[in-house]
Structure formats: structure tokens, C-alpha cells
Design a protein around this ligand. Structure first.
Ligand code: SF4
Length: 343
């Protein structure tokens, strides 16, 4: 206990400290870790949780990530693309729900040209006072330039794992160095960047997870997402066991201690692993929730992993449910844009 207390009160955690904390399993020690993470969250964000409304507008993807249900080799997915008009109707729904960030997310789908995306950004920005996050995978640098010029504020591109070998095992045709170069470029041209990992990948070690947190710190990310591996049908990892919930919560809590004022989401994937997963994530230091506004029936076909939560509900029904869930753990929804606190 004395050792744990000493680590929790350090200004900067070393890798060995992170490893020690990730391994905690005794209830009283986990409680101490989570309490500290909550304390740090409150210093920067009080009791306010930022909502980001997601529009998953296309499930086409040119990539073949081993863990993902949307990978191009999966021929059993019913593919969809939303039109610009459908995206705008959904953006209005998010704005009308008093959510100040719209996340435009898709598989890596080159069907939408840089001009198409620029037009969507410009139209949303001209109609609504919202921040825009893009999550479109790796695109050309000149495309990032244009989208930033049109007013997109943030770009989410997870590094997935800081272990190069593991990275190449799960992304057979992608390059880790390139991924990091994209993140650095995005940051340099003024995007608030989001990165993060997947926890529970085959052959992943605790050391890899510690490196993921440290890499996010080194990249000075504005947002860091630590999400659980959940197996998807018709993928090479279909029979791999799902992520261990406690390891995930420990990772989020440690990430809060290391990354301090970065935004950390309690992802919908947490709710898939555990009915109260998002609430547990917030109690472990998360400060962001990202409800999906993807219209039915599309939302049922955006299945990166199996048994995704909240796919049959109408997006309008999700908000009251989410409000109640947040109130039940003593936090409230922020009405600000929730921009980065990093300098
Ligand atoms: S994780 Fe993203 S890039 Fe990889 S296959 Fe799935 S949608 Fe495509």
C-alpha cells in the first residue's frame, strides 16, 4: 500500500510505475487508483462530460485490419454509403440535441473525394456552431490541408499499438512509421489530434500497453482512446477472447494520470463488454462519451466488432438514456465545444 501511495503521488510516472499499476487486481488497490484518476479528471474537467455525436457515414474500407468486421475481405457485410443530404440531416439532429462536436467517421473509403469531404465540412460549419472531428483513416497530406482550411478542428487516427511487430501482424499492408508521420503532420497543421490503442490483441503484452500510453504522451495528443478488443465475426480474430475489463479500466485510469488534461473517451465498446461499462470508464478517469447518431438501419451495419450496443435504438432515444446514466454517477453534460486543453 505504501508503495502504491508513493507511485500515485508522483508528478510523472515512469514505465515501471505504469506496469505496476496496470497489473493491480486487489479491490482496495484498484479503488485507490481509480480515485486518483477521478481526482485528476476533476482538476481539469470538474464533473463535466463532453459529448461527441458520431455519424458513421460509410462502412466501405480499403484496409484489411485483422480485428475489424469492416475489413475489405469480409464479404458478409452489407455495405452502405450515406449521401451528403443524409449526413446533413444527421448533423442537424446532433446540433438539435445540444451536442457541440460532430464526428464524421468512416472506413477508409476513397469514394468520397477530398472535395466531397470539404463540402460537407464547409456546409456543417456554415450552418451550425460545432466542432468537427474527422475519423477517416490515412488520407493524403494535401487532403488534410484542405479539410483543415475548411474548418475541421480535430482528426482521430489511432496508432493501435506502439509495438511495430504487432502493428504489422494486425495490419498486413500498413506501415507503423507512416502512421506516426500522419499523426505528426496533422498536429503540425493545427488539428487537435486523437490517437490510442486497442487492448486485448493477440500477443500484446502489458509492456506494449505501457508503451501505448507513453507514445500518446510523447505525441502530445489532445485525445486518447483506449478501447477493448472485441472479436468480430468473419475475421482472422473471430475466435480470440475479448479484452479483460479490469485491464481496460486500469489502462484508462493510468492514462489519466499520465496524460492529465487529454480528453479520454469511455467508448461504446465498453458498454458492449459490460452493461455499465461507460459509467465505469468515467469513474476510471474518462471525460468523453461518443453517442452514435448514425441513422437506422445503417448503424446495424457499422460493426467493427460483434454485439455492438445501441444499434437498434433510434438515436433520439439514446440521449435521455445517456443523461440518466451520467446523472447516476454524479457527472453532468458539458455544453461547451470541449476543445483541447493542451497548449
Ligand atoms: S479498423 Fe478501420 S481501417 Fe481497419 S478495416 Fe476496420 S474500418 Fe478499415
Amino acid at each position: 500500500m505504501k508503495n502504491l501511495d508513493k507511485i500515485l503521488n508522483k508528478e510523472e510516472l515512469l514505465k515501471e510505475d505504469i506496469l505496476f499499476l496496470l497489473q493491480l487486481r486487489e479491490a482496495d488497490k484498484i479503488e485507490m487508483l481509480q480515485k486518483k484518476a477521478e481526482e485528476v479528471r476533476q482538476i481539469y474537467f470538474n464533473d463535466e462530460i463532453h459529448l461527441r455525436g458520431i455519424i458513421e457515414f460509410s462502412n466501405f474500407c480499403i484496409r484489411d485490419c485483422f480485428y475489424c468486421g469492416l475489413r475489405r475481405s469480409n464479404k458478409k457485410v452489407e455495405r452502405f454509403r450515406m449521401s451528403k443530404e443524409e449526413i446533413m440531416v444527421t448533423a442537424k439532429l446532433i446540433y438539435d440535441s445540444d451536442i457541440k462536436t460532430i464526428v464524421l467517421q468512416s472506413g477508409e473509403d476513397l469514394f468520397y473525394t477530398k472535395e466531397d469531404i470539404a463540402e460537407i465540412i464547409t456546409e456543417i460549419k456554415s450552418q451550425y456552431d460545432v466542432a468537427i472531428t474527422l475519423s477517416l483513416g490515412e488520407r493524403a497530406f494535401d487532403e488534410y490541408d484542405l479539410w483543415r482550411e475548411c474548418g475541421a478542428d480535430r482528426y482521430l487516427l489511432k496508432h493501435e499499438t506502439a509495438n511495430r511487430n504487432l502493428y504489422h501482424q494486425i495490419h498486413p499492408y500498413q506501415d507503423f512509421t507512416n502512421r506516426i508521420a500522419h499523426l505528426k503532420y496533422l498536429k503540425n497543421i493545427g488539428f487537435q489530434i486523437g490517437s490510442g490503442n486497442i487492448i486485448g490483441l493477440p500477443n500484446q503484452t502489458l509492456e506494449d500497453i505501457a508503451d501505448d500510453i507513453l507514445l500518446c504522451n510523447k505525441l502530445n495528443v489532445d485525445m486518447a482512446s483506449f478501447s477493448p478488443f472485441i472479436h468480430a465475426d468473419n475475421t482472422p480474430f473471430a475466435n480470440v477472447e475479448n479484452c479483460d475489463m479490469q485491464l481496460l479500466l486500469n489502462t484508462m485510469a493510468v492514462a489519466r494520470l499520465v496524460l492529465k488534461n487529454a480528453h479520454i473517451p469511455a467508448t461504446t465498446a465498453l458498454a458492449t463488454l459490460d452493461e455499465e461499462g461507460r459509467e465505469k470508464g468515467i469513474l476510471a478517469g474518462a471525460n468523453v462519451v461518443m453517442p452514435s447518431f448514425t441513422p437506422t438501419p445503417y448503424r446495424g451495419n457499422y460493426l467493427i466488432y460483434k454485439d455492438k450496443k445501441c444499434i437498434s435504438e433510434n438515436p433520439k432515444q439514446c440521449m435521455p438514456c445517456l443523461d440518466l446514466r451520467l446523472m447516476s454517477i454524479g457527472v453532468k453534460v458539458s455544453h461547451s465545444h470541449g476543445h483541447s486543453l493542451k497548449t
